[in-house]
Design a protein around this ligand. Structure first.
Ligand code: PTT
Ligand code: SF4
Length: 603
């Protein structure tokens, strides 16, 4: 298939070997790239029940066929078996590493083993080297990138893990370009467990495409079309930060560890407050609509803000001051911690303090102590060591009824949308293939528009539709979904781009089937790694069912258990999974996953 080299790079850090791998054609045709490629490699090559922090785990960097060639396509999937959830884990990071890797002649990198000393991977035009990272071990992510660029040149693409990854914090991320972060389910910790501080790529080879002229035309036209969209100038001003105000109005802004959906000081952390502090705009490569809002924080240093970061490190922990929130956010980027899980872990600790379940605790809104705690989490000191395990494990340790307000699904902390009055979004979190992330089905804005309190099948259909487009098409192509989500850039562009790049003429049925294949494969991977499945793994936290909102326009609202269960059963049925959430044999066979059926189902 054009648009791909048909070649990935295998790196064995234990043996200090690298080799080019001509992967099966079926991978390209049936899994395309990005998440599809990563899921298939993990299924085929990860020894079942591998400890995620052991050398045998596979760490995968996977751009896709359109990466670097289409509008907003400077993106790459980073994946591994997750140390946070024990299941499939991935993230989507904007980085020159992904675009340069393609120009260096590889479609993906697969890393196994553990280096004897701190190391980094250097890939240049078809060649790869494992080099010493002793000089940058212990450094912050941006310092690591700066120093490696001094060695390999400013055009090199770099992805690093921070001190939190080195210390195996279970929600450590990979960081690139200072403020791009990817791999919420602990991909940075997997890097750390392998003694891999960074990966660098540099290349000047042209990826072979089916129709180079048409690819270039679609890229140029795509840029023009995105910039001409009605919402463009406001997006340039606020980016995702506009969601704070919207979240407050819709009563979905996570507040005090997801007890409430409205925050009394939301104005102090919203997009307009951010505009007053803004000093710059960063972006991923090949982006027509930059969204990395750079501000000066309370300590005068630069910090790059997104909605999720501000909600989780602001309202969710009771901090109504954007300067202080920005300090925590900057530290998260420097140390390589996922801001969502971090905000959830701190909120959990604040609630545990209030309920007297921990002694040396932290009060709501205490930004000074929160700053210390962020550093303690990254270095695994004191209370920080407990919180570095994520809220699921922390709640198992401190007991009481804390499992009811440990806000996670499958071990991954919930991203910044309160679901007391949003059953479809709760279902989206509960059925996301990596644990509670909004990346697959951000159904909340549709649900707010169309009705909050119903539990009907139309909602289930919408969740699946979004999972197919976002979790399937965008994660396999690989491209940023924001042009479509935020500005209404038409989806019809993508089959055209795909054809120009790969030569394959496809319609949305192709992408839907691809998405369903990847979804069922990932579900099978979870089942294999967990040794079975039941509905409790697809449940949102008890808080949303038991404790109604006490404030805001939707005070009194909570999720209805029977309603939710009826949606979950409909979801399983529509996916061709049984009433425990296990894919049926006929479903797997239809999707070309007969071998997978044999591995997880009785013959
Ligand atoms: C993503 C998750 C998100 S989703 C946010 S803000 W968002 C948080 N950002 C963090 C950060 O910043 N620093 C940090 N230390 N931790 C962070 N954790 C959180 O990580 C991101 C953008 C965003 S900003 C979103 S929604 C979109 N996500 C996409 C996606 O998932 N797929 C896709 N095809 N396109 C997407 N476009 C948008 O990309 P994860 P990024 Mg991200 C500072 O990685 O693991 O998926 O978690 O990568 O380059 O920063 O782009 O309101
Ligand atoms: Fe990256 Fe934002 Fe541009 Fe998407 S819109 S490519 S996340 S900078």
């Amino acid at each position: 298939m054009k648009g791909l080299w048909g070649r990935a790079l295998w790196v064995d850090l234990s043996r200090e070997e690298t080799r080019a791998w001509e992967y099966p054609r079926d991978y390209a045709v049936n899994y395309v790239g990005g998440r599809g490629f990563a899921a298939r490699v993990l299924w085929d090559y990860l020894p079942p029940r591998t400890d995620p922090l052991s050398p045998d785990n596979l760490l995968i960097f996977a751009p896709g066929p359109v990466t670097g060639l289409a509008v907003n396509s400077g993106k790459m999937v980073v994946a591994a078996k997750s140390p946070l959830t024990g299941g499939y884990g991935d993230g989507n990071i904007g980085s020159y590493f992904g675009t340069m890797l393609r120009k260096a002649g590889f479609d993906a990198v697969i890393v196994t083993g553990k280096a004897r000393r701190p190391s980094y991977l250097y890939v240049e035009n078809g060649k790869a080297h494992i080099l010493s990272a002793e000089a940058v071990w212990g450094s912050t992510a941006s310092e690591c990138e700066r120093r490696l660029k001094e060695v390999h040149g400013k055009n090199s693409g770099v992805i690093c893990t921070g001190p939190a990854g080195e210390k195996l914090v279970r929600y450590a991320v990979a960081i690139s370009q200072g403020g791009r972060a990817g791999g919420r389910p602990g991909i940075g910790a997997v890097m750390g467990s392998k003694n891999l501080k960074a990966a660098i790529a540099l290349g000047d080879m042209e990826v072979p495409v089916a129709d180079a002229k048409e690819t270039r035309r679609l890229l140029a036209e795509g840029f023009k079309a995105v910039k001409a969209k009605e919402g463009y100038s406001f997006w340039e001003r606020q980016g995702t930060m506009a969601t704070v105000e919207w979240g407050q109005e819709a009563s979905v802004l996570p507040t005090y560890n997801f007890r409430e959906g409205t925050f009394e000081f939301y104005r102090m952390i919203d997009g307009y407050s951010m505009e007053a502090m803004k000093v710059g705009l960063h972006s991923c490569p090949v982006c027509a609509m930059p969204c990395g809002n750079v501000v000066r924080d309370q300590e005068g240093l630069l910090s790059e803000l997104d909605y999720e970061n501000v909600a989780m490190l602001g309202s969710n922990i009771g901090i109504g001051h954007l300067g202080h929130v920005s300090v925590l956010n900057r530290l998260a980027d420097e140390l390589g911690l996922d801001t969502i899980s971090l905000g959830s872990a701190i909120g959990f600790a604040m609630e545990a303090t209030e309920k007297k379940l921990i002694k040396e605790g932290i009060e709501w809104g205490d930004h000074k102590k929160a700053k210390e705690l962020v550093q303690d989490i990254a270095m695994r000191r004191g209370l920080g060591d407990l919180l570095a395990e994520g809220v699921k494990r922390a709640s198992e340790k401190i007991g009481g009824n804390s499992s009811e307000w440990a806000m996670h699904v499958k071990g991954l902390e919930i991203s910044a949308y309160d679901c007391h009055a949003a059953p479809a979004m709760a279902l989206a979190f509960a059925t996301s293939p990596i644990g509670a992330h909004h990346k697959d089905a951000w159904v909340i804005s549709w649900e707010v528009r169309t009705g909050r309190h119903s539990y009907d099948e139309a909602k289930v259909d919408k969740v699946i539709e979004l999972q197919r487009i976002r979790g399937g098409m965008f994660e396999t192509l690989v491209a940023c979904r924001f042009p479509w989500v935020e500005l209404g850039f038409e989806l019809d562009w993508y089959p055209k781009i795909f054809k120009a790049v790969t030569g394959m003429s496809v319609d949305f049925d192709f992408f839907n089937q691809l998405a369903d294949r990847v979804y069922s494969l990932i579900r099978a991977f979870w089942i294999r790694e967990m040794g079975g499945w039941d509905v409790s793994l697809d449940m949102p936290p008890a808080r949303w069912f038991k404790e109604p909102l006490t404030k805001g326009p939707l005070a009194g609202s909570k999720l209805d258990l029977d309603g939710y269960m009826s949606m979950l059963m409909a979801y399983y049925r529509k996916r061709g999974w049984d009433s425990r959430g296990v894919p049926k044999r006929e479903t797997l066979v239809k999707l070309g996953l007969g071998d997978v059926a044999d591995a997880i189902l009785p013959k």
